[in-house]
Design a protein around this ligand. Structure first.
Ligand code: NAD
Length: 501
C-alpha cells in the first residue's frame, strides 16, 4: 500500500508541518479548509497547521470504519489480525526516532521520558493486546435439563463495532494506543480524535498502518477541538458503537450525555487528585525519590500523579525538607538534553491555569516551601510554558489547591497521626483514581490499600504498570476498567450461545 507522507517532524522549528486527517487509508485536508495552529510549548514557535475535521469529514471516517468492520477487517481471523498488530508494533520500533521527534515537538517533554515511556509503551500496547486476545478464555457452563440431556452454554466475544477514541495531550501516543491496541485486537475499527494540542503521533501512526498493510478504514484520525467541533461531531455520530475517553471529568460528563443518544457504551478514564501516604516506617530515600517522581514527572501532567501528600508526623519535617531539596535539584530546560528532568507545560493556556493555582495557594495561606513561579530557562526558550516545581504546606483540607486537580508539578504536604485519620483524608475527595502508600509494614500495606477508594494503589512504587492488570478509577475518576482481560468488557459484546443437547 502506498503511504502519502503527511508529517515530517521538522528538523528545525523554522520549517512547519501540516497535520492532515487520516480517513479510509488516505491523508486528507479539512473539507472546509479550516486549519489551526500547533505551537511548541518549548518556545512558542509554530510547529505546523492542523486540519480541523468537519462534520462531513467525521461522517466519512465513521462510514469508512463501519465498512472496514463489515469487510476487510471483519474477514480476518484473530491470528491474522494479531499478526498485523505485531507488525504495527515492529514498525513503530523501526520508526522510533520519527515518533520520538514528533512527540517531543508536540509536548516538549524531555527525551529521557519520551524515549523510555511514551514511544516504547506505544509499541507495547499493540504487542500486548495482540497476544492477549489469543489467550482470553470464554466461559462455558453445562446446564442440567429435566430430560437428562442437558445444554451447553458457551460465550462468544464479538467486536463491539466502531469505537471512537477521544484522547488527551499528556501522553498522546501511549494513551491513544492503550485504547486502539485492544480495540483493533478484538476486531473493532476506530476513529481517533487526538487532542488538539498533540496531533502528530496519531497522524504518523496512519503511515504505519498503511505501510504494514492494515486495511483502509480500520484506523482513522480526525483532528479538531471538543465542543461544536470534531470531538462533538464524533461522539454524537450515530454510527459510533462505543466511546472510550481519557481526559477531564467534566469533558467525560459531556461525552456521556452525547453517548446517551442511541444508548452507546462508554469507557471513561478521567481526572484525579491522588494521595500519597508516607508512614514513618517507610524507607525514606525511596519515599522521597518516588514522591518526587509521582508529583513532578512529566511536569506533573500525569493523571496518576500525586498532588496531595500525607506524611506521618515524626518524619514530616525531614520529608518536606528532602522533597524540597529534590525539587530544587531537578534540571529544567532543553528537552533534547539527556539529563533534563522537567520540560514545559503543554501550553501557555495550561500554564496560566496552573499559575492561577500557585496564586490561589498563597491567597489561601499556604507556606510555599519551594517554587511557586516561573524559572529562568534562558532567552531561547523564554516564550515557552515553563513553570517551577512547587511544594506547599499549611493549607486547610478544603482549600482549592488541596481539593481540585491542578495537573502541574506541584503538591501540598500535610502531617497525619493515625492510620484511620490518613485513610479518611485520602478518601475525602470526589476523585478515586490512584494512590501511593510508602511503608515497610506488610500488614499495614494490605490494610491501607484495601480501604483506599481508588482503582489503582501502588505500595512502595509508582507508575509500575503490568499491562495485564486492570486500569481505571472510581467515583469521578472513571467508569469501567481497561487493561489485560478487562479490555474484553468494553471492546467486545459477549454473546451467550445455549445449545440444547
Ligand atoms: P480534556 O478533557 O480537555 O480533553 C480530552 C479530549 O476530549 C480532547 O481530545 C478534547 O478535544 C476532547 N473534547 C473536549 N470536549 C469535548 C466534547 N464536548 N466532546 C467530545 N470531545 C471533547 O482533557 P485534557 O486537558 O486533554 O487532558 C488532561 C485531563 O485528562 C486531566 O484531567 C487528566 O487527569 C485526565 N487524564 C486521565 C487519565 C486516566 O487514565 N484517568 C489519563 C490521562 C489524563
Amino acid at each position: 500500500m502506498s503511504s502519502t507522507s503527511t508529517l515530517t517532524a521538522p528538523a528545525s522549528t523554522a520549517t512547519s508541518a501540516e497535520f492532515l486527517n487520516f480517513i479510509n487509508g488516505d491523508f486528507r485536508p479539512s473539507s472546509t479548509g479550516t486549519t489551526f495552529e500547533n505551537r511548541s510549548p518549548v518556545d512558542g514557535s509554530l510547529i505546523g497547521m492542523v486540519h480541523e475535521a468537519s462534520a462531513d469529514d467525521v461522517d466519512e471516517a465513521v462510514r469508512a470504519a463501519r465498512a472496514a468492520r463489515a469487510g476487510a477487517w471483519g474477514e480476518l481471523s484473530m491470528p491474522e489480525r494479531s499478526a498485523l498488530l505485531v507488525s504495527v508494533a515492529d514498525e513503530i520500533d523501526r520508526r522510533f526516532d520519527d515518533f520520538l521527534a514528533a512527540e517531543m515537538l508536540d509536548t516538549g517533554k524531555p527525551v529521557s521520558i519520551a524515549s523510555h515511556i511514551d514511544i516504547p509503551r506505544g509499541a507495547a500496547n499493540f504487542r500486548v493486546f495482540a497476544d492477549l486476545v489469543k489467550n482470553v478464555p470464554g466461559e462455558h457452563f453445562h446446564l442440567a435439563t429435566p430430560d437428562g440431556l442437558g445444554a451447553a452454554n458457551l460465550q462468544l466475544h464479538k467486536p463491539r463495532g466502531v469505537i471512537a477514541v477521544v484522547c488527551p495531550w499528556n501522553l498522546p501516543l501511549l494513551l491513544m494506543t492503550w485504547k486502539v491496541g485492544p480495540a483493533l485486537a478484538w476486531g473493532n475499527t476506530v476513529v481517533v480524535k487526538p487532542s488538539e494540542e498533540t496531533p502528530a503521533t496519531a497522524t504518523l501512526l496512519g503511515e504505519v498502518m498503511n505501510d504494514v498493510g492494515v486495511p483502509a478504514g480500520v484506523y482513522n484520525v480526525v483532528h479538531g477541538f471538543g465542543p461544536n467541533s470534531t470531538g462533538e461531531f464524533l461522539t454524537s455520530h450515530p454510527g459510533v458503537d462505543g466511546i472510550t475517553f481519557t481526559g477531564e471529568t467534566r469533558t467525560g460528563s459531556a461525552i456521556m450525555k452525547a453517548a446517551s443518544d442511541g444508548v452507546r457504551a462508554v469507557s471513561m478514564e478521567m481526572g484525579g487528585k491522588n494521595p500519597g501516604i508516607i508512614f514513618a516506617d517507610a524507607d525514606l530515600d525511596e519515599a522521597v525519590a518516588g514522591t518526587a517522581r509521582s508529583a513532578f514527572a512529566n511536569s506533573g501532567q500525569v493523571c496518576l500523579g500525586t498532588e496531595r501528600v500525607y506524611v506521618e508526623r515524626p518524619i514530616f519535617d525531614e520529608f518536606v525538607a528532602r522533597l524540597a531539596e529534590r525539587a530544587q535539584a531537578m534540571k529544567i530546560g532543553d528537552p533534547d538534553q539527556p539529563d533534563t528532568e522537567l520540560g514545559p507545560l503543554i501550553s501557555e493556556e495550561h500554564r496560566q491555569k496552573v499559575l492561577g493555582y500557585y496564586r490561589t495557594a498563597v491567597d489561601e495561606g499556604a507556606t510555599v516551601v519551594t517554587g511557586g513561579g516561573v524559572p529562568d530557562v534562558g532567552d531561547a526558550h523564554a516564550k515557552g510554558a515553563w513553570i517551577e516545581p512547587t511544594i506547599w504546606t499549611g493549607l486547610a483540607d478544603d482549600a482549592a489547591v488541596v481539593t481540585e486537580e491542578i495537573f502541574g508539578p506541584c503538591c501540598h504536604i500535610r502531617p497525619f497521626d493515625t492510620e484511620d485519620e490518613v485513610i479518611q483524608l485520602a478518601n475525602d475527595t470526589e476523585y478515586g483514581l490512584a494512590a501511593t502508600v510508602w511503608t515497610t509494614n506488610l500488614s499495614r500495606a494490605h490494610r491501607v490499600s484495601s480501604r483506599l477508594e481508588v482503582g489503582l494503589c501502588w505500595v512502595n512504587s509508582w507508575f509500575l504498570r503490568d499491562l495485564r492488570t486492570s486500569f481505571g478509577g472510581m467515583k469521578s475518576s472513571g467508569i469501567g476498567r481497561e487493561g489485560g482481560a478487562h479490555s474484553t468488557e468494553f471492546y467486545t459484546e459477549p454473546t451467550n450461545v445455549c445449545i440444547k443437547l
